[in-house]
Design a protein around this ligand. Structure first.
Ligand code: HEM
Length: 453
């Protein structure tokens, strides 16, 4: 068996937490999250599940999220089995001193002061997307929204953080990534292989997927800079690779960091924008309010960082979208020490799953949690929220490096795109949910688009 094929099975191996969760998640074809919610209702906020050679502990209470992610963060390490082909040895997979050494040199690129510099490049990417949408509006064809928002998110990262025009075909590349992260599919593959069946994803396909993904970072580095800007994330990565004081940050580390951004920083952002468009396309009054806000805040000029701050309603739509559809629906850690959480014993080696979706949909913290209500985020309302009941970006020192920036990207994109277009959702109502490593729409989010006169 080739290495690529064995990677392809990594997520679906019997020892993998994804493999163990998959049968559970399949029980509800409309929304697999509901099964986990029922489990929580029935058995409480800390549920140890004993399996043959290992335990999964399922946690859904905000104060215990804090315990794992903040108070005892060093006793719970990252879990990345099966995702190595995607992330390599990038920062997101590391722990302890090594993680700190890798994150520190890159942190300045995500300081909020940098957002004003990035905004013109986000807007260039949004304008390029509007050219494509103008053609889609003209043809009247149905298209897949997540593909559209994913390419937009990737273009924004390439332009703003790498000073490059996207030097790869995002449709091909991201299809490869999904090959690995569609957990349910991996399980199928494994079972079919056991039964001696020919499986859908051939070893050659898997090898090609790895090859395509691995070729992306060198293509980013080799592409011509757009403007030779000095302050970019790519420059910080190159400086770290060249710094003899950080030998751990070698060339491969640099390539893996780029891979990490092109997945962790794009799929999540793209899913959020696509789900937001799905919600507002079904609630025209929300779309109208977003348009009115854009007219009032930036009129006919390009929005700036100050305008972003003033787009309170549009930003609230993005925040509410991440509550209802948290792209990372569960955060996984491995306990390195014995512990007690909520009166239940945690043993070293346990896989601890923090069920973010469960907290986001718990009526204890969110009245009428299934209602999409941006007002929860407006005025003083957000101050009343229970701490750690909303963790779309994780929490504590390992929280998302790009979370604040993604909100700038998505708020501006939603504001500018809706100003010119009316996206019309053309799929099943309501959309079905699929739990891969991320929370994705099952079968996608088909849309048609109209240009507003
Ligand atoms: C809606 C958009 C996003 C969501 C929902 C999201 C979610 C998350 C979450 C939940 C984590 C923590 C995972 C854990 O603790 O196990 C994380 C980490 C991370 N995210 Fe994001 N993310 C988003 C956007 C971005 C963007 C735009 C970037 C960069 C361009 C980015 C880069 C990263 C990196 C590098 C880490 C690892 C940080 C570390 O380990 O120190 N993410 N993200």
């Amino acid at each position: 068996m080739t290495t690529a094929a064995s990677h392809a099975q990594g997520l679906g191996e019997e020892n993998s937490i994804w493999f163990k969760l998959a049968p559970l998640l399949r029980g509800d074809p409309e929304n697999p999250m509901r099964i986990l919610m029922h489990m929580t209702d029935r058995y409480g906020p800390v549920i140890p599940v004993n399996l043959a050679n290992q335990r999964i502990v399922f946690i859904s209470e905000p104060e215990y999220f804090k315990h794992v992610l903040v108070t005892k963060v060093d006793n719970y390490v990252k879990y990345f089995d099966g995702l190595k082909p995607i992330f390599g040895k990038s920062m997101i997979t590391n722990d302890g001193a090594l993680w700190q050494k890798i994150r520190m040199p890159q942190q300045p690129a995500f300081h909020p002061d940098m957002f004003a510099e990035y905004i013109p490049y986000f807007i260039k990417a949004i304008q390029a997307k509007m050219d494509i949408w103008a053609k889609l509006a003209k043809s009247g064809e149905t298209f897949e929204m997540v593909e559209q928002t994913w390419t937009l998110a990737a273009d924004m990262i390439c332009k703003a953080l790498f000073d490059r025009d996207m030097p790869f075909n995002p449709h091909v590349v991201f299809k490869c990534v999904k090959t690995y992260t569609d957990v349910m599919n991996h399980r199928d593959i494994r079972l079919r292989m056991q039964a001696g069946e020919v499986f859908e994803l051939s070893q050659e396909d898997a090898a090609k997927a790895v090859e395509a993904w691995v070729s992306v970072p060198p293509s980013v580095i080799a592409a011509n800079p757009r403007e030779d800007r000095e302050r970019t994330l790519l420059k910080l990565i190159e400086d770290a690779v060249a710094d003899p004081n950080v030998p751990e940050f070698d060339r491969q580390q640099g390539l893996d960091e780029i891979k990490q951004y092109l997945w962790a920083g794009t799929e999540t952002t793209a899913l959020t924008l696509a789900w937001a468009l799905y919600e507002v396309s079904r609630k025209p009054e929300m779309a109208e309010r977003i348009r009115a806000e854009s007219v009032a805040v930036f009129g006919d000029r390009e929005p700036t960082a100050a305008d972003y701050s003033a787009l309170a309603y549009t930003r609230a739509i993005i925040q509410e979208t991440m509550r209802v559809y948290p792209p990372v629906w569960g955060l996984i850690r491995v306990a390195t020490k014995d512990d007690v959480i909520g009166g239940k014993e945690i043993k070293a080696g346990d896989r601890v799953t923090l069920f973010a979706y469960g907290a986001h949909h718990n009526p204890k913290f969110w009245p009428e949690p299934e209602e999409f209500r941006p007002e929860r985020w407006m005025g003083g309302a957000a101050k009343k929220q229970v701490k750690y009941s909303y963790i779309p970006f994780g929490a504590g020192k390992r929280s998302c490096i790009g979370g604040a920036m993604s909100q700038v990207e998505n708020t501006l994109a939603l504001s500018i795109l809706l100003r010119r277009f009316r996206p019309e959702y053309a799929g099943l109502d309501p959309a079905r949910i699929n739990a891969t490593v991320t929370l994705t729409p099952k079968g996608g989010l088909p849309f048609r688009i109209r240009e507003l006169s």
